[in-house]
Design a protein around this ligand. Structure first.
Ligand SMILES: [Zn+2]
Length: 252
């Protein structure tokens, strides 16, 4: 463990969809977005923000999803446990998992982090437990036996303001994001699915997958203010933005 905070980004798989899934009415070829996970190393512990997909979405080059199909997939070596090991971090050393929400592509790696306490908004946990629509929330991803810290609203994870968990409702009833302040003072807002792409924020257009549009717009306005005040926002599934993100190295 190092003496100062470090933030690492990883892509743990791919999400494919038509442009209209991001911005209603837009057409064109299928887009490929990352499924990000972030490691926060803090002197007081290690936290992961989102954990990717479960084993059932693993594919090989032979069984890969065709490029014109909607869906999720990852390939061997992309899973969060492997990504952590690649930088000499033992998955068993993760103290906290912050799940932005409990959709299958955000908590599917929780099972590989046996000693973590899972931090989730209590209203998100409740939504996962009552939603029966298949392919959104699956208990095998989010109910993996670790202790759960269900919170309501904001949380200053390490008590020093460096990792602030903030509610960003709309995409789901209890979606949350995190603002990480790097040692040099730069602020990085890990948005996850409260806003899929930078273009959504530029246009102030909600993505299709939003359960509460009013809350979703309030969240977008919040993101706008954060961006104007200098925060770097990393979006949920933005392939274009991700091309400029350096993985597995401390972000600066
Ligand atoms: Zn989602």
């Amino acid at each position: 463990m190092t003496g100062t905070l470090r933030l690492y980004a990883f892509n743990t798989g791919w999400f494919q969809c038509r442009p209209g899934y991001f911005i209603e009415g837009e057409e064109g070829d299928y887009l490929k977005g990352p499924v990000p996970s972030y490691l926060i190393e803090h002197p007081k512990g290690r936290a992961l923000f989102d954990t990717g997909m479960g084993v059932r979405y693993r594919r090989t080059l032979e069984t890969a999803l065709p490029s014109n199909k909607f869906g999720l997939q990852w390939f061997e070596g992309q899973e969060i446990a492997a990504r952590l090991r690649s930088i000499d971090v033992d998955p068993a050393s993760i103290d906290w998992v912050i799940n932005s929400h409990l959709h299958i592509d955000h908590c599917g790696g929780n099972a590989s982090l046996p000693n973590a306490c899972v931090i989730v908004q209590s209203r998100e946990l409740a939504a996962a437990q009552v939603t029966e629509e298949a392919g959104l929330y699956e208990a095998e991803d989010y109910a993996t036996g670790q202790p759960v810290k269900a919170i309501d609203g904001e949380l200053d994870l390490f008590g020093d303001g460096s990792v602030m968990i903030v509610p960003t409702y709309g995409h789901t009833p209890g979606h949350q994001s995190a603002i990480v302040t790097l040692p040099g003072g730069a602020r990085v807002l890990l948005a996850a699915d409260c806003c899929y792409t930078e273009r959504n924020l530029d246009l102030m257009v909600l993505q299709k997958a939003v359960v509460d549009r009013e809350a979703g717009m309030r969240t977008m306005e919040y993101l706008r203010r954060e961006r104007e005040s200098g925060a770097r926002i990393l979006f949920g599934h933005d392939g274009r933005q991700w091309a400029g993100v350096e993985e597995a190295k401390p972000l600066t």
